[in-house]
Design a protein around this ligand. Structure first.
Ligand code: COA
Length: 693
């Protein structure tokens, strides 16, 4: 039987008005077939004497979400998007864009070439290309400033911001908002009386020089050196000084160059990886259970953050605290989280009030009788958690999924205290939980598939990135990170200063180096872990005593004013005591006093990250290399433009990575050996992340 595929572009007639509907599920991306159909259909309608005006719209509740990101890694295929936009621009008849849902990137560029843009309250518009390492490539950098002025265009394009229909109306990007159910009918009626208004023929509105300078300054500051943003600023500013055609030429040249850059490749990879994560293979797929009321045990920093993020997603929350005093303290904590959001203009006072009302705080466990999902965020102690799970047996319903937020305790042992271990799993949030997107979803030995599916669905509902991991010390992130930290300490004991290591990793793009991170989270955390592991540690693993010496000297990090660095002066510094402790430790260990360049430090630490990542894959704790990358980019400050440690390792070349790991193994001893998977990939010429880009 022959299957006839649905056309991706349809034309319908409403009297003298032709409606062109783009229908390329799920988001009407501008694939090559969509572009080809549009460049065929539009000139036909332009020539058709029975057509007075054209309305361009999208099916699937969207206008157009932009260029097809999956196509961007292939050689460009004709017709290119600028040709489609040129066909719209060339229309002598009025052409209107009816925008419900997303008009992003190339989608907004189509709309900007139209004479009028109508949206709905559901519209989301923006030119987010810089987030993908490129700039708009089909006129967006030249038409948007002609509509909004250069300052606003710089801010929107430079920050890759997606704005609501209301905001777009306010900025003049949309000309009107209409009710969703009537939009198309109303736009068709409007089309009869619309006249031509080509932005390409307009001048950029005059703006104050200071506004433009301020916008440029703040855009560049936020960009932290991202090449695409620097290029976007240059090209958007050209809209003011160059004729339209020259502006288009500059834009296209920059777009094509950036498209092939390593940054763009890494960002495209992450875009697709982040959408693929949490998708279980067909054999493990299950229908999530219903959930609308969420219980949280413990309203400390973590519990309060989880509560806020859950209420943000319009779910009802009940927090359980120990007693009335703890309830009052939790109430205050949550109020201050909302106050901060109001202060930073993330939400309005009314919105904060509405969300706060969704959170109930109680010390009566009975309120948990009606919840569908419980997240235990109590003190990190096996005894405490076991107690809680035993108490939960008496209140929760048979369908209630129960998650522990433990970061290192044995999930299966905790589940052993539950009457229904099949309902138990881990949800490892990162602090602050209402800001960090990452959540590791830990599948226990007995976790039921539908309980796991429910946790993933909850993670998505609260706008997080749920990455599934199996039980194992430190799950994905903490395990790999602790290995990275160990190797940073080996380098330090061997003679490289903590400052040089931190600076090297910062110049690679990390938000902070490993020693500054340790100061922030507290040196006592890793100290406690080392003590816990001391009985089982392989005697052939190298052990650096210097961190213990720092802890014994009371230097626990920022919270004690001193850790690796001293925080007494205006900027953190390695003080005399720190230098003396390091020197004493080096002496005891018979340090070799090696010197390494920033590049050599980066190579070493990247290689050990990827090698431990490969071991995490081998052990089945992570199911894909891209999950590891997502964890590091979203939870550990790994630079997004480098794609994550596994992607970066592929870029470095796995034979080079293996050589570096072999060198690291001679320094680190047991536990630092090359992973079997890395060796096998080197032998087969494979890579960690092939298949996603
Ligand atoms: N090209 C190709 N596929 C795209 C896409 C694009 N521009 N935008 C979204 N998709 C795909 C996603 O990969 C996902 O596919 P999958 O289900 O096979 O994984 C699907 O569309 C739904 O996307 P998702 O992000 O999960 O849905 P959402 O409703 O949360 O968000 C958007 C929808 C459009 C707001 C969001 O996908 C988005 O921001 N897209 C990128 C827009 C963009 O950057 N455009 C400029 C391109 S240069």
């Amino acid at each position: 039987m022959q299957t006839i595929s649905q056309p991706v572009v349809r034309v319908s007639r409403h009297g003298k008005i032709a409606v062109v509907t783009i229908d390329n599920p799920p988001v009407n991306a501008l694939s090559d077939t969509v572009r080809a159909s549009l460049v065929q259909v539009l000139p036909e309608l332009a020539e058709d004497p029975t057509v007075a005006a054209v309305v361009l719209t999208g099916q699937n509740g969207q206008f157009v979400a932009g260029a097809d990101i999956r196509e961007m890694s292939r050689p460009p295929a004709q017709p290119f998007l600028p040709e489609v936009v040129a066909a719209i621009d060339a229309m002598k008849k009025p052409i209107l864009a009816a925008i419900d849902g997303a008009a992003l990137g190339g989608g907004l560029e189509l709309a900007l070439a139209c004479d009028l843009r109508v949206g709905t309250e559901r519209s989301r518009v923006g030119l987010p290309e810089t987030k993908l390492g490129v700039i708009p490539g089909a006129g967006g950098t030249q038409r948007l400033p002609r509509l909004t002025g250069v300052a606003t265009a710089l801010e929107l394009i430079g920050s890759a911001k997606i704005i609501s229909g209301k905001e777009a109306l306010h900025l003049g990007i949309l000309d009107a908002l209409m009710p969703e159910d009537r939009m198309l009918t109303d736009v068709i009626a409007l089309a009869e009386n619309t006249s031509k208004r080509r932005l390409s023929e307009h001048d950029v509105p005059c703006a104050s020089k200071t506004d433009v300078q301020d916008a440029e300054k703040s855009t560049l500051k936020r960009a932290k050196g991202a090449t695409a943003v620097l290029e976007a600023v240059r090209v958007v500013k050209a809209a003011e000084t160059e004729p339209f055609a020259q502006g288009l030429f500059l834009e296209r040249e920059a777009f094509l160059r950036l498209r092939e850059s390593d940054e763009a490749k890494a960002l495209r990879y992450l875009f697709l990886a982040e959408r693929a994560t949490g998708r279980l293979p067909a054999s493990e797929k299950a229908q999530p259970r219903h959930f609308s009321r969420i219980g949280i045990i413990g309203g400390g920093t973590m519990g309060a953050g989880i509560a806020v993020t859950t209420a943000d997603a319009a779910l009802n929350v009940v927090i359980i605290e120990r007693d009335a005093a703890a309830v009052a303290a939790c109430q205050k904590r949550i109020a201050s989280l909302y106050a901060k959001q109001i202060e930073t203009k993330r939400i309005t006072e009314e919105e904060a009030e509405r969300r706060f009302k969704k959170i109930q705080i109680s010390h009566e466990w009975d309120v948990l009788k009606n919840v569908d999902f419980v997240i235990e965020a109590a003190f990190e102690s096996m005894e405490v958690k076991e107690d809680i799970f035993r108490s939960l047996n008496k209140v929760v319903q048979a369908h209630t999924v129960v998650a522990t937020n433990t970061s290192y305790l044995d999930l299966d042992a905790i589940a052993g205290c539950a009457e229904r271990p099949e309902n138990v799993l881990g949800l490892h949030f990162f602090s602050p939980a209402h800001i960090m997107r990452l959540v590791e979803v830990i599948r226990g030995a007995k976790t039921a598939p539908d309980a796991l599916a429910t946790a993933i669905a909850l993670g998505r509902k609260i706008q997080k990135l749920p990455v599934v991991a199996a039980v194992g010390e430190g799950f994905i992130g903490n395990r790999i990170f602790s290995h990275y930290r160990k190797h940073a300490e080996y380098l330090m004991e061997d003679g490289v200063s903590p400052q040089d290591i931190d600076q090297a990793m910062q110049s690679y793009g990390f938000a902070m180096g490993p020693f500054a991170v340790a100061d922030l989270s507290g040196l006592d955390i890793a100290w406690a872990m080392r003590k816990r592991q001391s009985a089982t540690r392989n005697p052939n693993e190298r052990y650096v005593k210097i961190p213990d010496m720092f802890c014994e000297a009371g230097r626990l990090g920022r919270k004690t004013g001193k850790g690796w660095y001293s925080y007494v002066a205006a900027s953190p510094e390695l003080d005399d005591e720190a230098c003396a402790l390091i020197e004493a430790g080096r002496k005891q260990a018979g340090s070799r006093h090696v010197k390494l360049s920033a590049e050599a430090i980066q190579r070493r630490l990247l290689a050990v990250l990827a090698n431990e990542g490969a071991k995490v894959l081998e052990s089945g704790v992570a199911s894909s290399a891209s999950d590891i990358d997502i964890v590091f980019v979203n939870g550990y400050g790994f630079p997004r433009i480098q794609g994550g440690p596994m992607f970066a390792a592929d870029k470095m070349g796995l034979p080079n990575v293996l050589r570096e790991v072999e060198a690291a193994a001679t320094v680190g001893g047991a536990g630092s050996e090359p992973s079997a998977l890395l060796i096998q990939l080197v032998q087969s010429g494979g890579s960690f992340t092939a298949g996603i880009t």
